[in-house]
Design a protein around this ligand. Structure first.
Ligand code: SAM
Length: 363
């Protein structure tokens, strides 16, 4: 399962010339000034990804201005997540729930799920994420479709975001018809060879076909990448940024690689949180109107990382209060010692970023 680690901290090789990317960061003028005046060249994007200190502060400030001009109400979309099931057919090397992992498997039954939904609705949540491992059995998809229909029947004002991985066109249609409005499916990387290395048995073509299906079926769709992964170069991250621009999306996201103790890449180094934050700032500057979360893996990678995500232009937080306590440890998405922000913690970072809980309207 192990593969050579190339992108760790700042060890990033430039595809074009093969020299350490830090050397290529000698951008002639401030990359932020260049971006502010509309420059979008790979050289400018590379320099911005490597920004540190006052240059990074300027980059974040440009991203915040872009966000606040688009959403002047300064509210973030507040979601709760329910991790429906950890049953997974995939062998992703970065994920602790890969089918090879020895985790005890679970699927939440409809009754228990509805209790959680009722609880979250009473708290005032109006956007829920239903997430699971990838399981394309009609049995499981049928179960989710029934749950979605029941949630929408009892709580029509709840908006549902599904994150269930690759399914067939027919299955996506079934879930859309059951009432789910949005779907998150990360392409993970725009490089076909990295994709096959990180996710043996799956292909980027297949993932992109699923994304196109979701968009065509009418889901408001989100996608994104993981940065700091084994074998990934800075140019791969730039390609990821550019791929985001080729898709008709409502949401976009970037996570930083966390080597969970139970995943195939457990001995690889953690990704560089600053590069992930700089990438998020670029995503905001390039793609103004999309919702973008600040995720708990940023905090896991660096203290204050999740607040920094909001300072870099994010406008969504996910509160980890949906999954029943007994299943939380069985969904170790980044690590068994996972940072699962509760309502108080999310409220604190949102407040510290000068924002408030609410619902950034979809644009
Ligand atoms: N199984 C579904 C799928 O593959 O789309 C959805 C759930 S999956 C656990 C959610 C996302 O978490 C993945 O798309 C991946 O980008 C991210 N992820 C998983 N493990 C990660 C890790 N160790 N570090 C960073 N991101 C990770």
């Amino acid at each position: 399962m192990r593969t050579p680690g190339v992108l760790a901290r700042a060890v990033l090789l430039c595809h074009d010339c093969g020299v350490p990317a830090l050397i290529t960061s000698q951008f002639p003028k401030s990359p932020v000034a260049a971006l502010a005046s509309g420059e979008r060249s790979r050289v400018a994007l590379r320099a911005a990804l490597l920004a540190r200190g006052s240059e990074q502060e300027e980059l974040f400030s440009l991203a915040r201005r872009a966000r606040d001009a688009t959403w002047p109400v300064r509210e973030v979309e507040t979601r709760s997540v329910i991790e429906l099931s950890n049953v997974c057919q995939q062998s992703c090397n970065y994920c602790s729930m890969a089918k090879e992992s020895k985790l005890k498997r679970y699927v939440i039954k409809q009754g228990q799920l509805m209790e959680r939904v009722e609880f979250l609705h009473a708290l005032g949540r109006r956007v829920l994420v239903l997430q699971s491992g990838e399981n394309d059995s009609d049995n499981f998809v049928g179960h989710v479709a029934k749950c979605v229909a029941e949630i929408k029947r009892r709580f029509p004002d709840l908006e549902l975001i599904l994150s269930l991985g690759n399914l067939s066109h027919r299955q996506y249609v079934r879930l859309r018809e059951a009432g789910a409005e949005r779907y998150n499916l990360k392409f993970e990387t725009s490089s076909p060879s990295l994709y096959s290395m990180w996710k043996p048995g799956d292909s980027l073509d297949q993932r992109l076909a699923c994304l196109r299906d979701l968009i065509a079926i009418g889901f408001k769709t989100g996608t994104g990448n993981i940065t700091g992964m084994p074998g990934q170069s800075l140019d791969d991250v730039i390609d990821d940024l550019l791929l985001l621009g080729k898709l008709d999306l409502t949401m976009m996201s970037c996570t930083v690689f966390i080597p969970g103790e139970m995943c195939g890449y457990r001995d690889e180094p953690m990704g560089d949180v600053d590069i992930a934050l700089n990438q998020m700032a670029l995503m905001r500057i390039l793609y103004l109107t999309r919702l973008m979360p600040t995720t708990s893996c940023l905090e896991r990678g660096k203290k204050g990382g999740q607040l920094a995500g909001l300072m870099a232009g994010a406008n969504t937080v996910t509160i980890h209060d949906g999954t029943p306590e007994e299943f939380k440890k069985l969904f170790p998405i980044y690590s068994t010692d996972r940072c699962s922000p509760d309502q108080a913690r999310c409220a604190a970072i949102v407040h510290d970023a000068g924002l408030s809980f609410g619902k950034a309207p979809l644009i």
